[in-house]
Design a protein around this ligand. Structure first.
Ligand SMILES: NC(=O)c1ccc[n+]([C@@H]2O[C@H](COP(=O)([O-])OP(=O)(O)OC[C@H]3O[C@@H](n4cnc5c(N)ncnc54)[C@H](O)[C@@H]3O)[C@@H](O)[C@H]2O)c1
Ligand SMILES: O=c1ccn([C@@H]2O[C@H](COP(=O)(O)OP(=O)(O)O[C@H]3O[C@H](CO)[C@@H](O)[C@H](O)[C@H]3O)[C@@H](O)[C@H]2O)c(=O)[nH]1
Length: 454
């Protein structure tokens, strides 16, 4: 099939490259000339493991452009994968989606095109995009005869750092439309994934991947709500383990044992029960806020989702409290933060706990140093206010430090020669913000090991 993808960020790029790899003819359009130039030259503008290899494998079916007139005509499917960041009141800012829909409408010319919202968009956005498309199309003086289109929703569930795996081997595919023909087109498009009929030399299924991927084919509003409901559930699962973790500290229980003990109940499941400084990233914060904002439009409260957000924010403050309890005075102390990205294997800094923790420490008069193996350049570009706190080297971070906090569990940090750095510190306090280090080993190496929870 012929596919156009609007937006070459984490989602759009992964979608475009994966569909091209599966044999579809894909054109990706982005209004950012720099990104398009990089991608056209075979270089990936984001850090996403495996993306360079898949870009190379899919190159024959894939083009990049800034021109909708090159990308949209003839497409059977147009995916819209632009950003939908939070506005000040928590509701999603849909200006990028509106701009994309207006531009798509200017170039539609096919007998039947499905315009698919892949961005995470509030319930009702399908209808809204449909109205924008129809209005913009109606204003064209060059309207092609026989051109038809319909809107569908196809929410994306990929995790950054695992984007390609999650796209080729998803737990499910959700498509929603009030137009049956659109659902049929998307069903066809995704056949190779649903039936797992492709071979990908660079990517193999993992033991718990499923051989036939379930397809949830539903109405527009349900598909849109599935996305928010899934993210809110994952966010509250993490906040729940973090809330129990604080109680574990008080009663003298071990949260790692508690999480294992509850996760083995198959009704609960062991994933997303890793305690620590909590969730960050571009999705959980934004999407829980959007869900609450949508509910507000119906005069409905969502106290569970709100509590998940509050607990998550509190975890960041708890990291600082743990340091203050130990050091007594934070003013003038040098604190090193290991990891700036919101999780390992990505360079994404959006809503990263490290940024909040750094700001909280600075506000209490501490001197802060941050290190990241991948996101350092991006950190300097996107956070010039904090840029002087960057430490290019681990020696520079540990040197004369009063405490170090593991904020992001990069493999490089887990495999660190910790014995080498302990001697550089003024006081060897190590706060494990992700509950991933071996407490006994760290104590043997001379660290005073602290965890976020008991
Ligand atoms: N990042 C994730 O892990 C993830 C996962 C699932 C869903 N989502 C959702 O997918 C959407 C995209 O997220 P992302 O992280 O890929 O965003 P992103 O910011 O990485 O990428 C968006 C891209 O769209 C381009 N763009 C914006 N408006 C445009 C327009 N009118 N015309 C052409 N290009 C335009 C931008 O230049 C940018 O390259 C969001 O709604 C997000 O909530 C993200
Ligand atoms: O047990 C856990 C699991 C995760 N996290 C943190 O939670 C955040 C989110 O992690 P993850 O879900 O792996 O990353 P994202 O790339 O943000 O992916 C989420 O958000 C995407 C955007 O909507 C969805 O597509 C994915 O399904 C959903 O997992 C990160 O800060 C993690 O450190 C924990 O603290 N404990």
């Amino acid at each position: 099939m012929r596919v156009c993808v609007v937006g070459t960020g984490y989602v759009g790029l992964t979608t475009g490259v994966s569909l091209a790899f599966l044999g579809h003819q894909v054109t990706c359009v982005d209004w950012d000339q720099n990104k398009v130039d990089m991608l056209a030259g075979g270089h990936c503008p984001i850090y996403e493991p495996g993306m360079d290899e898949l870009l190379a494998e899919a190159a024959g079916n894939l083009t990049f452009t800034t021109s909708y007139a090159e990308a949209v005509p003839g497409a059977d499917v147009v995916f819209v994968a632009v950003q939908t960041p939070s506005a000040a009141d928590g509701s999603p800012d849909l200006r990028y989606l509106r701009a994309a829909a207006e531009s798509v409408a200017q170039s539609l010319d096919h007998t039947f095109t499905v315009v698919v919202n892949k961005s995470t968009v509030p319930i009702g956005s399908g209808n809204w995009v449909d109205a924008i498309l129809r209005d913009s199309f109606a204003q064209r003086t060059d309207r092609p005869a026989g051109c038809e289109f319909a809107v569908a929703s196809n929410p994306e569930f990929l995790r950054e750092g695992n984007a390609i795996h999650d796209t080729l081997f998803p737990d499910r595919i959700v498509i929603g439309s009030d137009n049956p023909r659109s659902l049929e087109v998307l069903n066809q498009l995704y056949r190779p994934i649903i039936n797992q009929t492709f071979t990908a030399p660079s990517f193999s299924p993992r033991p718990d991947d499923i051989a036939a991927v379930p397809l949830v084919s539903t109405d527009l509003a349900s598909a849109e709500l599935i996305k928010y409901a899934a993210n809110a559930f994952l966010a509250l699962k993490i906040s729940y383990v973090n809330e129990i973790g604080q109680l574990a500290s008080k009663v003298g229980a071990d949260i790692t044992e508690v999480a294992r003990g509850i996760g083995l109940d198959q009704r609960i499941g062991s994933r997303f029960l890793q305690p620590g400084v909590g969730w960050g990233g571009s999705c959980f914060g934004k999407d829980t806020a959007a869900l609450i904002a949508t509910a507000g439009e119906y005069n409905y409260d969502m106290p569970i989702v709100q509590a998940a957000r509050d607990v998550n924010q509190r975890q960041r403050a708890i990291a600082v409290e743990r340091l203050q309890d130990e050091l007594r005075i934070l003013k003038g102390r040098k604190i090193g933060l290991l990891g700036i990205a919101f999780k390992p294997n990505t360079d994404d800094l959006r809503d990263s706990p490290a940024l909040d923790i750094a700001q909280l420490l600075l506000a209490r008069g501490a001197r802060v140093k941050l290190h990241d193996p991948v996101a350092a350049d991006r950190f300097q570009r996107e956070h010039p206010d904090l840029a002087p706190c960057l430490s290019e080297t681990l020696d520079g971070l540990f040197d004369d430090c009063d405490a170090v906090v593991l904020v992001t569990e990069w493999a490089q940090y887990l495999e660190l020669d910790w014995s080498k750095f302990v001697g550089l510190m003024r006081t060897p306090i190590l706060l494990d913000g992700r509950h991933v280090l071996d407490a006994d080993r760290m104590a043997r190496l001379g660290y005073k090991y602290l965890a976020i929870a008991g």
